[in-house]
Ligand binder design. Sequence first.
Ligand code: 5AD
Ligand code: SF4
Length: 453
Amino acid sequence: MTFYIETYGCQMNERDSEEIASILLMDGFFEVDSPDRADIVFVNTCSVREKPAQKALSATGRYLKSAKNKRKIVAMCGCYAKQEGERLKERFPDIDLIFGPQQIKDLPNLLKKVICEKQMVVDVSDSGYLSKEKFYKSSNAVSAFVNITKGCNNFCSFCIVPYLRGREFSRNSTDIVEEIKERVSLGVKEITLLGQNVNSYNDDLSGVDFVRLLEMINDIEGLMRIRFTTSHPRDVSDRLIESFKYLDKLCSHIHLPVQSGSDRVLALMNRKYTRDQYLRVVEKLRTVRSDMSITTDIIVGFPQETDDDFEKTLSLVRLADFDTAYSFKYSPRPLTKAFRQFQDDVPPSVKEERLRILQELIESIAQRKNKELLGSTMSVLIEGNSIKNLSQFSGRTSCNRVVNIEIDNKYKKDGLIGKIVRVKINESLKHSLKGEIIEGEKDEKGRCCGNIA
Ligand code: 5AD
Ligand code: SF4
């Protein structure tokens, strides 16, 4: 049987989809790249904001409609599936399977019930996570995600994640290191450590905390780059900032959601830091690495947000000089404190206007910063061909810029993939850079480059 997975939401969901795929591949299923050719379609849903939740719902409706004559199995999983559970049966009476993030490892059993016993199955229970993650696709990817924590204890007042993904749980550090070593032996060069709040990673058994974990991973031979996401500003310790000085594989990028620039709104959001504390962290990070790229998430139109609060967000964005930022209109999410206790009182038109102004500012800073890179030479890890243009290689800088490079005949097509090359940046586009390879140059740490023809 064949399957297709459509994924909405964050990198955690992408990682979950990868895990679903590897479990099914090991069970003898085949993955296809189009829903039309699949016997089973999975919609991996997201519930963090209204928009991705709605998108996943319409996709499910579409697949169920097209499945009617074709005996296709349609399954919903992920956070929205967990949030709604049995209720989804009312909306989609023909759905075959609904399961939550905690049921992924039980998928073969759930599918057996659906396929062999022709049952409609709903399982969104809190069955807890296993600490060992054995499953991943043996693809030839250069870059891979590795979960280090799951769940969250922070309870920011707007956020549904702690209710759906449960309390924070740190995986065993030895398991993490083993998994990364195995992946490196399969060709992975860069890993991104994943968690809702990676900075609070703490393996109680071994006493390994986040910085120690980074040190252990930095020692893994053959691994070239380490990234992590997401960080909570309150938990970025001076020790973590210092570690950027001596961990040579750690990339110069941190995603540090600020959410608002107003102390009053930050308190209502239960974020547990002030704008000044946040800006101090930004300053220290840029001091420790001059090329540090700092990106963020911002919510506009949180309950009670005034024009003055919004102005403070704009001023923080200017001061922090973000490399880029993701911005969202507040949408009330069930179960959360903001949903239960605050009126969603900022009118939609005001939210819309604030988002427009904010995005314009973010865009102008991002473009200026990209332009500043013109003419410089940067180290780029080549990940593969550009999705949009097959005659180009695509890779990323340490500071997480996508760089596309025209493929020259003298480079063997696959020879460059997984290598770090030095690239002279000669064009700055809206969301990416373009450049050409400079041969024979070593990177700033004297690593990895050399001739690559
Ligand atoms: N409304 C709008 N944006 C939200 N986010 C999380 N919950 C909400 C919500 N209820 C945003 C935050 C978070 C990102 C993943 O999604 O900015 O960092
Ligand atoms: Fe949600 Fe806050 Fe936890 Fe992030 S830190 S997942 S925003 S509760």
